[in-house]
Design a protein around this ligand. Structure first.
Ligand code: HEM
Length: 462
């Protein structure tokens, strides 16, 4: 028997598949990493500090796992679903009722998509707060911003495909945001939809983008992203002390365990909670409220407080540019790989978060109780009430913490100034999303969640 195994493992066929011995010594453990197409993304030795769970929380990897699971479940869904106005909705219905595990498959795809959006944002936040965007990682940060945009686009285009009321109106509300771009807005919206409103042309366009263009672009950009992590010398960790370990098997074990844990979590969630499906899309029956998908409902909330161009176009565009420019605004290499840079940085971040958590809901309630548009009707031009006041309030609100630091005679470093601004942006985005999603009811009016009229529950259409 031993000689048979010996003969087999020495044969040319075996050695062409397995180019190294059993990885129980340093040489073979190094060879595993260099000869395996998946492992060779990792170096042979890695920094021990980058393995700490509280450094990355595995968020980039969880995002990648969610993406991989979406590719698998999405391909399976394509066997059943046809992107036509006549067939899309009945196909989803029959998938749920007539196809074995069809409902589970749909649930896995839906919850996987939400997970990917959530973890991509959290991963961005972790990279920011650990200063991992600093040189030489600026380019990879920008690639990451592109990945986040593609992730949102993938989720949004998928939203339309079930062709139910939820899909139809969320996409109608979402694409109408584009129409506020001055000059080209209406054309841009028509281009996105392939016509003046959501219909067959839009369904086909969204489908092509969703199953082909966006996943391919994501796969390509993710490859560039991983390759850059490697070329930039692995994860950003403080230079001293340098303490490396052989990557095999610890990295493989972490990756397999995390994949199993994410898959199990998604599976349990999908067994417990079904993806929503409302009545078939009806362009003549507008549900009340009509909301964008949850990750755009923050923008819809902003629309309540000023001119659409200022609140839904200029503001978010500036915010996006700011996020993309982060590494160029703080190019110093010091403190890369350290959460918040210092204790003072952590304090500044915590205070900025508290300020935003209190300030933004207060501003929303104030603007709702005393809408400048109504108060100034006939007394001042529209642009004063709709653009100058909300825009000015936003700028003041943003600059106030930096002024406060000046008054307290704290001279913030560039990184600390960015900690303030980024935290303001991130927490504002989270707060307006929660308000738009959980506190807006019929007529998009403000309600306490436990006092929603007409039995409206936003989670029914999540
Ligand atoms: C589809 C979305 C994304 C995937 C699948 C992804 C995946 C990953 C993975 C697996 C890593 C290495 C491990 C880790 O840090 O957790 C990583 C690192 C990194 N990611 Fe992402 N990422 C995505 C989006 C983003 C975004 C939105 C940003 C920021 C704008 C970003 C910026 C970076 C940077 C700068 C690194 C290097 C971090 C360091 O050196 O510590 N990524 N990404």
């Amino acid at each position: 028997m031993t000689s048979l195994i010996d003969w087999l493992t020495r044969s040319r066929v075996w050695r062409s598949f397995f180019r190294h011995g059993w990885p129980d010594n340093a040489r073979d453990r190094a060879l595993v990493m260099t000869t395996n197409v998946f492992f060779h993304l990792h170096p042979v030795k890695i920094n021990r500090a980058s393995l700490r769970a509280t450094y990355t929380f595995g968020l980039g990897l969880v995002t990648a796992i969610a993406f991989a699971s979406l590719v698998v479940t999405g391909a399976l869904l394509m066997f059943w679903y046809a992107p036509t106005v006549e067939r899309a909705y009945p196909d989803i219905l029959s998938l749920q009722t007539a196809v074995p595990y069809g409902q589970l498959l749909r649930n896995l795809h839906r919850w996987g998509a939400h997970l990917m959006v959530l973890t991509a944002v959290l991963h961005l936040a972790r990279v920011f707060y650990t200063g991992a965007y600093k040189p030489p990682r600026e380019f990879n940060w920008v690639v990451g911003v592109g990945l986040l945009a593609l992730t949102l686009a993938g989720s949004f285009t998928g939203y339309l495909l079930p062709w139910d009321q939820l899909a139809f109106w969320a996409v109608t509300v979402g694409t109408s945001l584009a129409s506020h771009l001055p000059g080209i807005g209406a054309d841009l919206q028509a281009y996105l939809l392939g016509g003046p409103e959501v219909g067959q042309a839009a369904l086909l366009r969204f489908y092509a983008l969703h199953v082909m263009v966006i996943p391919l672009a994501l796969a390509l950009l993710t490859s560039v992203h991983f390759w850059r992590v490697r070329k930039d010398g692995g994860l950003a960790v403080p230079k001293i002390p340098r303490d490396t370990v052989l990557a095999f098997p610890v990295v493989a074990v972490i990756e397999v365990m995390l994949t199993l844990a994410v898959s199990l979590g998604l599976l349990l969630l999908s067994l417990a909670v079904d993806a929503p499906l409302e009545a078939v899309a009806n362009p003549n029956l507008t549900p009340d409220p009509s909301k964008a998908p949850w990750y755009f409902v923050g923008l819809q909330e902003m629309l309540e407080h000023g001119h659409p161009f200022v609140m839904a176009i200029a503001g978010p565009l500036l915010a996006g540019l700011f996020v993309a420019a982060v590494p160029y605004l703080d190019p110093a290499e010091t403190d890369a790989g350290v959460w918040f840079g210092s204790r003072r940085g952590a304090w500044i971040t915590a205070l900025s978060a508290v300020y935003t958590l209190v300030g933004v809901p207060a501003l929303v309630v104030l603007s709702n109780a005393f809408p400048p548009r109504e108060l100034l009707r006939g007394q001042a031009p529209e642009w004063v009430a709709q653009a100058l006041i909300p825009g000015g309030a936003t700028v003041l609100f943003t600059l106030a913490p930096l002024l406060a630091l000046g008054v307290a005679r704290v001279r913030p470093t560039r990184r600390e100034a960015l900690l303030v601004l980024f935290t303001l942006l991130l927490v504002t985005a989270a707060v307006v999303t929660v308000i738009g999603f959980q506190f807006r009811g019929p007529g998009f009016e403000l309600y306490w969640p436990w006092q929603m009229p007409d039995g409206y529950n936003p989670w029914d259409s999540f």
